[in-house]
Write a protein that binds this ligand. Structure first.
Ligand SMILES: C[S@@+](CC[C@H](N)C(=O)[O-])C[C@H]1O[C@@H](n2cnc3c(N)ncnc32)[C@H](O)[C@@H]1O
Length: 197
């Protein structure tokens, strides 16, 4: 059995139009691209049970909600060049299978989940990840290269709890890889032992 998992990256400066030459100079959209790949890609496959969100807070028209649903994602590769083209395309209003862009705030998405999911805010000083029950529909909130703004963290904690992967400060994409690994492991354990992890 494979539960749904969602990752939300809060990108403070991510560019909100298509007028950029490279992802790094577009308010660190390269961090968004790394997190997309870590969330949705297996070797030779896409995680069909996973949804990735990024909230882009850069100019010219923040906030934008980029949503990528692994169930419908097609015509993709993992490299930065490919994602540069895809992000330019969807940020200029053109369609791509599995990807939507809308004018929406982080706060509005969290409100819309309304208790049907388990929200976890990734912070170094949170509860030890090995003591956490992820439930059947975990949603993970991560900061970008700078970290989560305090007021965003405070808002998210109304809906969930803070969890930690340890004292090492990891890249956001590395955190996602670790979480995907742990979830894969826990799900396999539940399937084979039929019990609580
Ligand atoms: C590159 S880190 C930013 C680190 C930065 N030093 C800061 O001020 O937060 C990006 C995000 O990864 C997550 N993160 C990094 N290391 C973590 C850890 N050990 N445990 C939990 N989350 C972590 C947090 O959500 C953080 O906002």
């Amino acid at each position: 059995m494979s539960f749904i998992r969602e990752f939300i990256l809060y990108s403070r400066k991510g560019r909100t139009d298509a007028s950029f030459l490279n992802l790094r100079d577009a308010g660190r959209l390269d961090v968004v691209q790394e997190c997309i790949v870590a969330s949705l890609f297996l070797s030779h496959g896409i995680r069909r049970n996973t949804v990735f969100h990024a909230f882009l807070g850069g100019p010219p028209s923040p906030p934008l909600h980029l949503r990528i649903d692994g169930a419908f994602l097609r015509d993709v590769r993992t490299d930065q060049l490919t994602w540069g083209k895809i992000l330019r395309k969807v940020l200029s209003g053109k369609p791509h299978p599995g990807i939507t862009v809308e004018k929406r705030s982080f706060e509005s998405l969290l409100k819309a989940f309304s208790g049907n999911v388990n929200v976890f805010v990734l912070e170094e000083d949170g509860k030890n990840v090995f003591e956490v029950d992820f439930g059947e529909h975990p949603v993970f909130v991560l900061g970008d290269h700078i970290g989560l703004p305090k007021k965003v963290e405070k808002f998210a904690l109304r809906y969930g709890e803070k969890i930690s992967l340890g004292k090492q400060p990891y890249l956001a994409a590395t955190c996602i890889t670790i979480l995907n690994y742990l979830l894969d492991h826990f799900e396999l354990f539940k399937e084979t032992k039929g019990g609580k992890v």
